[in-house]
Every structure is written in structure tokens, then in C-alpha cells.
Design a protein around this ligand. Structure first.
Ligand code: HEC
Length: 151
């Protein structure tokens, strides 16, 4: 083989490599384009994002959507205690651990509340910690009393 043949073969190899590179670039572009379209289709729209944000919002220690106090077990309580009735039934009540336990038992026996399984103790702890009976101290001193004369 003389030099001219070498050069021609080399040129052919270089041309083939160029073609391969162009094809690879095109495939790469297609994959990126399709991947972007796919991701875009999976992205939640703004309404869904706003709703999810609202559902999570906690202001001054209160879960805004339900009115429940923030605390360990809040999520379980939202999941298990708000499908049937408003969380107001919880927030307007105060009970001891035993009280909450028996309320739950009453709902299970008469209102189709499901078995809370392993979550029951976390739920009762949350309720007993955050919605315990308010301690009643000694009543305040009476002031500005208008006494009247006994006959
Ligand atoms: C399957 C439905 C359901 C679920 C879930 C449920 N409840 Fe109830 N609950 C009821 C019904 C029905 C009532 C009675 C409502 C009424 O009287 O208007 C009630 C009443 C209550 C009351 C008021 C009881 C009373 O003496 O007046 C409280 C407190 C309460 N629920 C707390 C909870 C808690 C805490 C959970 C989560 C562990 C929960 N509920 C989950 C159905 C449910």
C-alpha cells in the first residue's frame, strides 16, 4: 500500500466516526427532549401544589386546616380522626388518657371507627398530651362585692 491508500482509508474511518457522532448527538437530543416532556407531565400543577401547601400549613403551633395543635402524632390523628367528622369534636373536648381511650372505644363499637392497630397508642398520647383536662386552680379572690344586709 502506498501513502495515498493510507490517507484514503484514514479519511473513510474519520467520516464513519463523524457519522456515528452525529447519530449519537441526535439520539441524545431525542432522549433529553422526551425525558423533559415526561417530567413535565409528572409535575403537579399549581393548584395541587397550593392545596398540598395549605394542608401542611402550621401557624403559631396550630395546624391551620384542622385547628389541631402541632405535636407528635398530629399526622396520625389527622389521618384517623378527621375522615368522619370535623377536628372540632377533638379541639372542643378535653379528656384524660382513659377518657380518650373510651371515646375511641365507643366510636369503634357504635360508629364504625376502625381498629387503630399500632397507631392507637401514639394517637391516644397525642390526645392526652394536647387535649388534657385543664387544671382547675383555686378560684380567684372575689372582688368588689356588694354585700347586702340580712333581714
Ligand atoms: C368512622 C367514623 C369516625 C372516625 C374515623 C372517628 N370518629 Fe369520632 N365520632 C364519630 C361519630 C359518628 C361521632 C358522633 C358525632 C355526633 O355526635 O355528631 C363521633 C364523635 C366524636 C367525639 C365526640 C364524642 C362525644 O362524647 O360527644 C369525639 C371527641 C371524637 N369523635 C373523637 C374522635 C377521635 C379522637 C378520632 C380518631 C381516633 C375519631 N373521632 C375518629 C365517628 C368517627
Amino acid at each position: 500500500m502506498d501513502n495515498r491508500q493510507y490517507v484514503r482509508i484514514l479519511q473513510m474511518v474519520v467520516d464513519a466516526l463523524k457519522a456515528v457522532v452525529v447519530v449519537l448527538l441526535m439520539l441524545f437530543a431525542i432522549v433529553i427532549y422526551m425525558g423533559y416532556d415526561y417530567l413535565e407531565s409528572k409535575r403537579p400543577n399549581n393548584t395541587a401544589i397550593a392545596a398540598a401547601d395549605a394542608a401542611l400549613e402550621i401557624t403559631n403551633g396550630i395546624h391551620v386546616q384542622s385547628g389541631l395543635v402541632e405535636g407528635e402524632g398530629l399526622k396520625l390523628v389527622i389521618q384517623n380522626c378527621t375522615p368522619c367528622h370535623s377536628a372540632k369534636l377533638i379541639t372542643q373536648n378535653r379528656m384524660t388518657e382513659t377518657g380518650w381511650k373510651s371515646t375511641i372505644q365507643w366510636m369503634q363499637e357504635t360508629q364504625n371507627l376502625w381498629d387503630l392497630g399500632d397507631n392507637e397508642s401514639s394517637i391516644i398520647n397525642y390526645l392526652a398530651n394536647n387535649y388534657a383536662p385543664q387544671k382547675k386552680g383555686r378560684r380567684a379572690q372575689l372582688e368588689n362585692i356588694e354585700w347586702y344586709e340580712m333581714e
